[in-house]
Design a protein around this ligand. Structure first.
Ligand code: ROI
Length: 161
């Protein structure tokens, strides 16, 4: 079965824009997976600890025949190929890939929660997601255009392609 998934990308170390744009191309090369669309890249101040560089974020829409957990395995392997370092919780990272949505599935698994539990609160996810899919309704959360994260959307700066 072909499924639609949305993936959040983030980086704030070692040329973050390069990590995010390369990761978008690499998503297209994952097994049984095709990049259907990607948002613009956005810059923002870190949410959480402020003593770290600004982030670059984007959202990708992929079509995949992988299960949610197989897709998660692939995303974690891709993070490792970007020499992901994570010195501390909520600290800087070279590449973060979050599986945000998988069709309209709700999942409570020890490794994976769908929709992503922070999705509705994070402007750096909601703004690029809305750019890609303005009419999307999120299971349990409602329309992407009405999420609480819009209150802090003013902090995001879209980068020209
Ligand atoms: N802040 C922003 N702006 N973008 C992120 O991707 C991001 N990722 C994180 C934390 C540290 C919570 N803050 C972030 O993991």
């Amino acid at each position: 079965m072909l499924s639609h998934a949305y993936i959040g990308l983030g980086s704030n170390l070692d040329d973050p824009l390069d990590h995010v744009t390369r990761a978008l191309r690499e998503l297209d090369r994952l097994p049984l997976t095709r990049l259907a669309a990607s948002s613009s890249c956005y810059a923002s101040r870190p949410v959480g600890p402020q003593d770290q560089p600004d982030f670059i974020n984007a959202v990708a829409h992929v079509e995949t025949r992988l299960s949610p957990l197989s897709l998660l395995d692939q995303l974690q392997a891709l993070e490792q190929r970007h020499a992901r370092v994570r010195a501390r919780h909520w600290g800087p990272r070279t590449l973060d890939l979050d599986l945000l949505l998988y069709d309209d599935r709700c999942l409570h698994h020890p490794r994976l929660r769908l929709p992503h539990p922070e999705l509705g609160k994070r402007a750096f996810v909601v703004v690029p997601l809305h750019e890609l899919a303005p009419r999307l309704a999120l299971p349990g959360l409602g329309p992407v255009a009405g999420l609480p994260a819009w209150r802090s959307a003013g902090d995001l700066r879209a980068l020209l392609p």
